[in-house]
Design a protein around this ligand. Structure first.
Ligand SMILES: *Cc1c(COP(=O)(O)O)cnc(C)c1O
Length: 495
């Protein structure tokens, strides 16, 4: 005690403790109160799901949810009804509806209900998923899932991995591991060469920068007419760099590019990477789980020759956002980069099981395994496989139908992305670009389906991605109807 501390008064302390406990009591609702909170939340979710077929895929609202800010966080709480009303109006409604069947833009997924129940259990039990010592169950569950994915892509027993928050962090883990496995550091970074294509996801470049590799040489290997990396060009680039005294060390292929769904020729690339002793990384964030299908296994052949792979369950396994898988062939390599020891962790350090915190930048993490485990346990793999086969077929169905209508179509899809544009003979690129911009704007304002666009070379190109689990044949037919109307409107303006 110092002179400034008031003398310890037991009676006063007990009174204050009782008062504070009472004031904090709302943090622990009883069974009745829990039901009064849960029922409206479940009712709101049920209302959403009952109406999911009629909700817009994109709601272009005026205020973009700004009314949320009219109700600031305050000292005392509000009734659940008022809070849910704002949530539905200001948060759920505006912008993209990623749960919609009509979400055919970017790379959708959908968010299966079973995962929501898994998240509920994860949050209520709040099990610790970062360290085996404190969370043996969650960690075993994560390892079981990682092993399931590793078997799916043909990785050996020595491989390990992590359930990260998404593809970006999963790619970062792989790239940091590759960097350390090849000893790329301050001295050598300027001579170190990375090979990818101009179709690589931007998170790769971001990861290189975060990993301290901004000064590395990055070669954009030329692509073929289907936007796939050309192995001959890769080999030539590596050889030229070697002759110039540089150090090729990392080859990054895509198993399903974000723009067009192109799958790089993985077997040929893997062979070249191996010959030149480069780390071979495959970004299969979009396409990875197509390995559940027979078609996908063929399309992804060679993926098993890689050193690391990223797959996003919140894309091609239809889970809600917030889960990405990284696999690393050599568990020692990923541990070398991410493992750590601290004195306050000494009780945990006696365990021999790999902990997720040893292979990821995260220590404490969301118990995200259960959102993947519960649906797989409850449903088995069969419905996922069927849904993925359905998406592959829907993309081919859409491409045939859109070509019939006179659209110019891109290359046959490797997976489930179709590129197309309205460019009747005699239109200049500039005219076509303007018309296609109007088409995609029209589709967004209409909102029944949502498509996105991209630039392929200098051509403004429309994309349709069949990946949301709710997307079925009738969704594609609806997209065709909306596109017919959009072309009508866009060309009427032009005339
Ligand atoms: C979506 C995607 C990413 C990024 O993953 P996030 O989960 O959005 O962080 C990386 N690569 C590819 C090929 C993708 O499609």
């Amino acid at each position: 005690m110092t002179a400034n501390d008031p003398p310890f008064d037991l009676a006063e302390t007990l009174t204050r403790l009782a008062r504070l406990e009472r004031a904090a009591r709302p943090l622990e609702p009883g069974a009745t109160r829990r039901r009064r909170l849960r029922d409206p939340v479940v009712a709101s979710a049920e209302k959403f799901l009952r109406r999911i077929d009629t909700l817009k895929a994109f709601a272009d609202t005026e205020d973009k949810g700004a009314r949320l800010l009219e109700s600031p966080i305050s000292e005392s709480g509000l009734p659940i009804g008022a809070v849910l009303e704002s949530f539905e109006r200001d948060v759920v409604t505006p912008g993209l509806n990623p749960a919609s069947a009509g979400h055919l833009a970017y790379v959708p997924g959908g968010g299966i209900y079973h995962s929501a129940l898994g998240d509920y259990l994860a949050a209520v039990t709040n099990k610790y998923a970062g360290i085996f010592f404190t969370g043996p169950g969650p960690v075993r569950m994560e390892h079981q899932l990682i092993r399931w994915v590793a078997d799916l892509v043909g990785y050996p027993a020595g491989a390990t991995g992590n359930l990260a928050s998404g593809g970006s962090i999963a790619n970062l883990i792989a790239i940091c591991t590759a960097r350390d496995a090849h000893g790329v550091g301050a001295e050598s970074v300027r001579r170190a060469v990375v090979y990818l294509t101009n179709q690589a996801h931007h998170c790769i470049e971001k990861a290189l920068r975060i990993a301290g590799l901004a000064a590395a040489q990055v070669r954009q290997v030329p692509v073929d007419d289907s936007f796939r990396m050309r192995p001959d060009a890769l080999a030539a680039a590596i050889e030229a760099d070697r002759s110039a005294g540089l150090t090729p060390w990392l080859v990054i292929a895509a198993a399903g590019t974000t723009d067009t769904g192109a799958v790089d020729p993985l077997a040929a690339i893997g062979e070249i990477a191996k010959r030149h002793r480069c780390w071979f990384h495959v970004d299969a964030a979009y396409g990875g789980f197509f390995a559940l299908t027979e078609y996908g296994r063929d399309a992804l052949a060679g993926i098993e020759t890689s050193d690391s792979i990223v797959l996003d369950p919140h894309k091609s396994l239809f889970l809600p956002y917030g889960i990405g898988v990284v696999l690393v062939r050599d568990s020692h390599a990923v541990m070398a980069t991410h493992h750590y020891f601290a004195n306050y962790m000494q009780d945990a350090a006696r365990e021999t099981e790999i902990s997720p915190a040893d292979v990821s930048p995260e220590l404490t993490k969301h118990f995200r395994a259960v959102r993947m485990w519960l649906p797989l346990k409850l449903l088995g793999v069969a419905p996922f496989r069927a849904a993925l086969d359905e998406k592959l077929l829907l993309a081919r169905y859409f491409r045939a139908k859109i070509a019939e209508r006179g659209f110019e179509v891109g290359p046959p899809p490797d997976l489930s992305i179709v590129t197309f544009r309205w460019a009747p003979a005699g239109t200049t690129t500039e005219e076509a670009n303007r018309v296609n911009q109007r088409i995609v704007d029209h589709v967004r304002r209409d909102g029944r389906v949502f498509l996105s666009s991209t630039m392929l070379e200098d051509r403004f190109t429309l994309r349709l991605v069949a990946l949301a689990f709710r997307t079925h044949r009738r969704t594609i037919d609806r997209a065709l109807t909306v596109l017919d109307e959009a072309v009508d409107a866009a060309t009427r303006v032009a005339r």
